[in-house]
Design a protein around this ligand. Sequence first.
Ligand code: 16G
Ligand code: ZN
Length: 522
Amino acid sequence: LDSKASQKSMLHPKPKGLMLQYGTAGFRTTAKHLDHVMFRMGLLATLRSRKTKSTIGVMVTASHNPEEDNGLKLIDPMGEMVTPSWEGYATQLANAEQEVLCSALKDIIEKETINMSETASVFVGRDTRPSSQRLSQAVLDGVSCLGGQIQDYGLVTTPQLHYMVRCRNTHGCYGTDTLQGYYQKLSQAFIELTKNARNHTDDQKRLLVDGANGIGALKVRELEACLQSELQMVLFNDGSNGKLNYLCGADYVKVQQKPPQGINMGAGERCCSFDGDADRIVYYYNDSDGSFHLLDGDKIATLISTYLKELLTQAGLNLQIAVVQTAYANGSSTQYLEDIMKVTVSCTKTGVKHLHHAAQKFDIGVYFEANGHGTVLQLSEFIRLKASVDEKKHAAKLLENTINLINQATGDAISDMLVIEAVLAIRGMTVQEWDSIYTDLPNRQLTVKVADRRMIDTADAERRAVTPAGLQDSIDALVKKYTKARAFVRPSGTEDLVRVYAEAETQESADVLAHEVSLAVY
Ligand code: 16G
Ligand code: ZN
């Protein structure tokens, strides 16, 4: 086995001295530097599968990064991100020089007491990047080298692969581990939910979708066939003549606070953008005087949690709903959720794994990052509701279909889109009405290049800087000058820079404050 692994690994040589880290969302860097990482993660996924006696997922994608980049995410048995201790192994294995690769592998096998005669099973998927096919082949090489069974799903969105892993490991209880199974479960629930909706006119059914020139666009086309025209999606940036994530996609729209290129939006038309692997979504529209309105993850969390809270009350279920956010959540959203909606709000560090983990602690946990990553957890436990009264029965049925519509393994742009569309249809709500639930505080995000971003250490879910000494005091003093202001700095987990966020009562104050805070970082 040893000699096989080391022989095979020669075919996927590691550039000497190259060090990479399994970051917030896995490995992510220029595609040129990833072949050895892919092979080795194939090895590691096989070990993880033996350890957990379950199927493990490996997704080849770099999400919203430029087309030239690539990356990889490992998926644990319930469809969630791989557990933190194994992130450490991933980094060790990726960075081991050729000569010590086998001993690095043995270390993990010993530490985790892995029985190498156990069977192993790995699901592999990839996005549409030009490098993804070759890189996923390297993953497959790694898996087969250690005798793991492979199911290669080819082109899938990240959340679809998470879904498949969860289906497989729950032996069909959650759904069928095929693309057809995924589309059928979601579209049936959507059709059930919307068929009696008040306002489901043809106008209301129309949605413009920006596919970021990526995998989401391909998959929306496949979904469309199952939706029986209950949702009429007009697809832009479908990859036929644009570059992945270039001037389009959820990240571009959120950060630039403007529409993607290549979309043709009429006043008041509801639009949404996916990111490059379709695990993020944001909504937006132009109003009649041409000004742009963004409905980000915070607005989505508010819409979904309001709807769920009402439904639970109608169904006579007394369950605790909580919304998990990060420091980036707009202050208005937090205030609305706490003061008006009266739901528990919890704040965690940036990164899906942190929110996901925090959301697991509540009866029902709705989690969304402002950038559009999110889902709802723990709903399945209530799927078998025994509601007797007719009115309750109706609510219970809606709840059951809503549950089926949600991808509980991870945030999923396609599933989130269907949930949002269903809620709007059921409530007979326009995108403007949704937008007016609360008004965002103007905000600004900036980045700062520093010599070493690790000099900034944060606490309180990244809302306060602990080091360097004095930085937080300076930020506090700056924030005090403005009304309804808030600001924080944090080292990025995905790029070599520091991020600055500021919000205030006016756009001008938010802009100036962000600028002043970025000067304080130097
Ligand atoms: C990754 C995270 C995302 C987070 C972002 C922050 C996942 C799947 N993705 O893309 O949730 O918002 O990193 O990036 O966890 P930053 O640390 O560079 O600001
Ligand atoms: Zn993504």
